[in-house]
Design a binder for this molecule. Sequence first.
Ligand SMILES: [Zn+2]
Length: 213
Amino acid sequence: MMHPETEVRVVNQEIGYGVFAKVFIPKGTMVYVKDQFEVRLKEGSLLLNDPRYKEISDKYSYIDAAGTRIISWDHAKYVNHCCNPNTMTTGYGFEIAIKDIQIGDEITDEYGLFNLEREMPLSCKSKPCRLLLSPNDFEKMYPVWDEKVQAALASFNQVEQPLLNFLDRREQKALMSYLNSGKGYRSVYTQKKTERATRARRSGTRDTDLAIG
Ligand SMILES: [Zn+2]
């Protein structure tokens, strides 16, 4: 679910739709949350091999740490990638504004955190552009992403959080524990899909309690 004060607009003919801020959204605000309404397609779902649906799921979904494809029920699926984004995935099941977002700004994201299965050519307005999004970006870049997320989380309790109620209770607990104590930060690396996550899921144990720090 996207922040309620955002809307879809056409960016241009080449890019198509994007999501824009209708109000000022300060750094530290939750901008997207993986809520209970999201469409979840587990690894191995027959729909993922159905050619009628494949294009849609490739275009509009991301893959979480458990290997599940998530397709947002609302306009969150129209958020575009930027190599210099203003929001970023956290280790807690939501995305956070990593800088102040002004009225009318396009909301952009780091797709490198979405467990891409193949490379994707890029051309961002913001320079420098990596030009190619690679599944290997996660491994290379997560320390930089963590720095940005931690800097944004420092403002979490000082700003309005209209999406907080939709955050999974276990995630809320882990987040509040970190915010209150400064210990037990959960790295964005926990969002990387691993064989371990897939195995854990198959054996019925949860893998969301991995923590770094
Ligand atoms: Zn780029």
